[in-house]
Design a protein around this ligand. Structure first.
Ligand code: SF4
Length: 169
């Protein structure tokens, strides 16, 4: 997996103060994307042990609520296996920290990925510039959903996912 940045004390990409991993690679090509530089899966830097240590150092801080995976798309085929493994490691080491993940895929197409069992919140769907609303919390366009993953997994398949309490749209 490759990545572009690790940002710290982030307040815009999930509840509380978070560390955010911005991965490389996205095939959605949304019109109006804010990060087209992240589309190339070969861009950025190799995600190595030093990068992982940088994240763990943040998660060691009691004031950090958790980690957000963004990009790029953490569920791009080039990233999925590594993201799944990293989430499993983080959940084991930091069971009280929350995990958020942004993807251009929809909940309906990813709900069976085993990593969903360990994710707290999934912000799903491509960015639709014609549905842009700058008042929305944690998402850019109205079609996207801020999904409470654990509640949604308990619902029968085919039902609309349960939304996180911060999704007012
Ligand atoms: S899914 Fe996100 S990163 Fe990928 S093109 Fe769309 S807005 Fe950009």
């Amino acid at each position: 997996m490759r990545y572009h940045n690790i940002t710290k004390d982030d307040m815009l990409n999930g509840d509380g103060l978070r560390v955010v991993l911005w991965v490389a690679g996205c095939a959605h090509c949304c019109k109006g994307c804010q990060n087209p530089v992240t589309w190339d899966e070969n861009g950025g830097l190799l995600f190595d042990e030093a990068a992982k240590a940088e994240i763990f150092e943040q998660l060691d801080q009691p004031y950090i609520s958790g980690i957000t995976f963004s990009g790029g798309d953490p569920l791009h085929p080039a990233n999925r296996a590594d993201v799944r493994a990293l989430i499993a490691e983080i959940k084991q080491k930091y069971p009280d920290k929350t995990i958020w993940l942004y993807t251009g895929d929809t909940w309906e197409t990813v709900r069976h990925d085993p990593m969903m069992k360990q994710i707290d919140v999934l912000v799903d769907g491509e960015f639709h510039i014609d549905e842009l609303d700058t008042r929305l919390m944690w998402k850019g366009s109205k079609n996207q959903r801020v999904i409470d993953v654990q509640r949604s997994l308990r619902q029968p398949e085919g039902e609309r996912p349960a939304l996180h309490c911060g999704d007012y749209s």
